[in-house]
Design a protein around this ligand. Structure first.
Ligand SMILES: Cc1cc2nc3c(=O)[nH]c(=O)nc-3n(C[C@H](O)[C@H](O)[C@H](O)COP(=O)(O)OP(=O)(O)OC[C@H]3O[C@@H](n4cnc5c(N)ncnc54)[C@H](O)[C@@H]3O)c2cc1C
Length: 412
């Protein structure tokens, strides 16, 4: 066989890193090819004004069983196991305790009805004219990035069912932790976008601007938006996989960071939701780890607005909202610091995958290997922890195992 490498990994995000770690000590030639100039993909800790800010993945969900937690500890990262403050409404601002109780009860009732929603459409599990429908839409947009009309009830319910209440963080950043897990003994080409994947008589060939790469097998970890899109030319034979990817689009989730530039404003590690009746409400994580920053989390419509209007307009809206809740004197204490643009990044194309109504099975369709040559990984393919970085990890390991078994069969 005339291959330069036995297994090529396309994409070095969480799934590609997990695959590389599984293959690192195998007696094989392994190469990872990554379009970006860094590893980590949707996990990215940027250092801004000396602060480690997670632009993408931040929380180690289902922390006790999250493989990144143990790995992070091994790599010397601190893991903060305190309970997440997502349900806290600081000082009950704009959201009385009675309203919070009613809204949580409405959300719980909606989620209980999801698995049996008519046409598997999450919007159809909403009560007609429910007082808290806006709140339910906002919370669901943080989890899925999608409008409920386009969201599979069964898929969302399955994620909810799998997740537990333990959510950890690392002060050094989850993105930094994931990037640090790259195994140094695996060859890596950064800033090398794959332009074409072609089948050859005995394997696959990748085209890149730096030349072609022939391999026995490939582990494909690109996002569903990239797999379904046209930045890479794919062989016609994987049409069914690309159709599965189309049925698992990426939702819209983005973050805006506001710097707190004056002392004495806001309390450490506090949280609130802006307008709990607004489907496009932002959620505010205030002074995380005591840092002078407010992280505004946007989902669905508000993330799409950031994408279309740009960070200045969205930051101004967030500052207006905070001034409405905390008082006008906070206004001069806040300055726009940074904003993400996952939806506009051609290498990613959104936040995390959700299933269209009726498409929960597409995850299993996407996870199938093609012809012992192409092995599909990435968060969207995990049967349990899809959307999240620990699901991406599990999928990378699974695909690496499949590729190893296929190569062993071929060599018999
Ligand atoms: C705003 C936001 C918040 C999030 N919060 C959390 C959270 O708190 N907790 C959590 O667990 N998860 C969170 N996630 C989701 C988590 O980041 C993803 O599930 C996970 O990182 C996906 O990893 P992956 O390897 O499947 O895909 P990716 O990270 O997308 O990796 C795929 C890689 O393929 C590369 N690639 C693309 N095109 C090409 C090409 N042509 N050639 C070569 N390489 C290519 C990309 O550059 C990328 O590095 C969040 C995501 C976002 C966007």
């Amino acid at each position: 066989m005339n291959h330069e490498v036995d297994i090529v990994i396309i994409g070095a995000g969480a799934a590609g890193i997990a695959a590389a770690r599984r293959l690192a000590d195998a007696p094989l030639r392994v190469l990872a090819v990554e379009a970006a100039p860094r590893v980590g993909g949707r996990a990215w800790t940027a250092t801004v004004n000396g602060m480690s800010l997670d632009f993408g993945a931040e929380w180690l969900h289902s922390g006790a069983r999250n493989p990144w937690a143990a790995l992070g500890s091994d790599l010397g990262f601190a893991i903060d196991r305190r309970r997440a403050n997502w349900w806290m409404q600081y000082n009950d601002l704009g959201f009385s305790p009675e309203e919070q109780e009613a809204a949580s009860a409405a959300y719980a009732a909606w989620s209980e009805g999801l698995a049996a929603a008519p046409d598997d459409c999450a919007a159809k599990a909403l009560p007609a004219d429910g007082a808290w429908n806006g709140y339910i839409r906002a919370i669901a947009s943080y989890v899925s990035g999608a409008e409920l009309e386009h969201l599979s009830g069964r898929d969302y319910a399955a994620y909810d069912e799998a997740a537990d209440a333990e959510n950890f963080r690392s002060p050094e950043g989850f993105g930094a932790l994931i990037a640090a897990a790259w195994p140094e003994n695996v060859a890596l080409r950064l800033a090398t976008p794959v332009q074409e994947v072609a089948l050859t008589p005995d394997g696959i060939a990748l085209s890149t601007r730096a030349g072609s790469i022939r391999a026995g097998a490939a582990i494909v970890t690109v996002s569903t938006a990239v797999l379904a899109g046209d930045s890479i030319r794919w062989p016609n034979e994987i049409g069914d996989w690309r159709e599965a990817a189309r049925r698992l689009p990426l939702g819209r989730n983005e973050k805006i960071f506001l710097e707190i530039v004056a002392p004495g404003f806001f309390e450490d590690d506090t949280h609130l939701i802006g307008n709990p009746r607004d489907p496009a409400a932002a959620a505010y994580d205030i002074r995380p780890f005591g840092r002078p920053v407010i992280e505004c989390f946007l989902g669905g419509a508000s993330a799409a607005a950031l994408e279309h209007e740009g960070p200045a307009a969205s930051s101004a809206r967030a500052i207006d909202e905070l001034a409405g809740l905390f008082g006008a004197d906070v206004r001069p204490a806040l300055r726009p610091l940074a904003a993400t643009h996952w939806g506009r990044d051609d290498r990613i194309g959104g936040a995390y995958s959700y299933a269209l109504p009726g498409a929960a099975e597409a995850r299993a369709d996407l996870a199938r290997p093609f012809d012992d040559r192409l092995f599909f990984a990435g968060e969207a393919t995990d049967p349990r922890d899809f959307t999240a970085a620990h699901g991406a990890y599990a999928s990378g390991r699974r695909a690496a195992e499949e590729a190893l078994a296929a190569l062993a069969r071929q060599r018999k």
